[in-house]
Design a protein around this ligand. Structure first.
Ligand code: KDG
Length: 289
């Protein structure tokens, strides 16, 4: 059973747009301090499509070796089934427990294509796998019948992370929760609602830069609905809306660099947030204390 708050990690850059491993080490220390339960490198917030296969492997191995006793959920998504298979095998070689996989993208897969991608990648290694539903970025939904089919056919399939923001869809898939299958919410402003419906936790971008997400999770788990509602509405949501003012996910990078006074970079084509967006983010982060 997987639960808690998992961080879809940033991939910090230096000014030359190369991965900054010292800053990554600092980020993992932050996350341990906030009390997250897992690390999710090479997801959407981690900008996985911007990296070569070799860069992705090196970063995944670094996170696995510097995990600080946290569970690692490795993004293995690609529009190439062969690449996702290669990454899956690599995750097993470096001791990563969980893979995270969305449908292939750009060329829009029909259900048969989608099932073929998932089944071939799932079978490529024995470690667990979470289905990643993020239609607004991947361009297609993972249909409920495909989720149920993969869940029933492959023992590696141990959960789903839904970032669609569609609570009607979420309300249906959350009924799949069992001791062997976890359901995570991928949108920070829907975390409390999702946990009230039975979600096992969340994969929340804000957990890169604030302890409020874990505080919300812990308040709910302790039965303090009033406190969890206050954190959701007065801390999490305003910060989420502020860091998403600039094009996703540049606001998260700005907030992390600012927090640590790092002269961090933005790999092309990502652009540093404007002065106005930076001011909005600074104001929201100052309210977190
Ligand atoms: O960044 C990711 O991969 C996540 O899972 C977190 C969110 O779902 C994603 O940032 C989209 O908002």
């Amino acid at each position: 059973m997987y639960n808690g708050i998992v961080t879809p990690m940033l991939t910090p850059f230096n000014r030359a747009g190369e991965i900054d491993y010292d800053a990554t080490r600092l980020l993992i220390q932050d996350l341990k301090g906030y009390g997250v339960s897992g690390l999710f490198p090479m997801g959407s917030t981690g900008l996985f499509p911007m990296f070569s296969l070799e860069e992705r492997k090196k970063f995944l191995q670094f996170v696995s070796e510097n995990r600080n006793n946290l569970t690692v959920y490795a993004g293995v998504g690609s529009s190439s089934t062969q690449e996702s298979i290669e990454l899956s095998k690599f995750t097993e070689d470096v001791g990563i427990e969980v893979r995270v996989l969305m449908p292939t993208y750009y060329i829009k897969p029909d259900e048969e294509w989608m099932y073929k991608h998932f089944s071939e990648v799932i079978s490529a290694s024995s470690n667990d796998l979470f289905i990643y539903n993020i239609p607004q970025l991947a361009g297609s939904w993972v249909p409920e019948n495909v989720i149920k089919k993969l869940k029933s056919e492959f023992s590696q399939v141990k959960g789903i992370k839904d970032s669609s923001g569609d609570m009607r869809f979420f309300s249906r898939i959350v009924t799949l929760v069992s001791k062997d299958f976890s359901v995570f919410q991928g949108q920070d402003d829907l975390l409390l609602t999702s946990m009230a419906l039975g979600a096992n936790g969340g994969v929340c971008g804000l957990s890169n830069i604030s302890g409020s997400i874990v505080d919300l999770y812990k308040a709910f788990q302790s039965g303090d609905l009033k406190k969890s509602r206050e954190i959701q509405l007065n801390k999490v949501n305003p910060l989420m809306y502020a860091v998403n003012a600039p094009t996703f996910p540049s606001g998260y990078y700005y907030a992390f660099y600012k927090k640590h006074n790092i002269n961090g970079g933005y790999r092309s084509p990502m652009v540093q947030p404007s002065k106005e967006h930076s001011r909005v983010i600074d104001e929201a982060t100052s309210q977190q204390i």
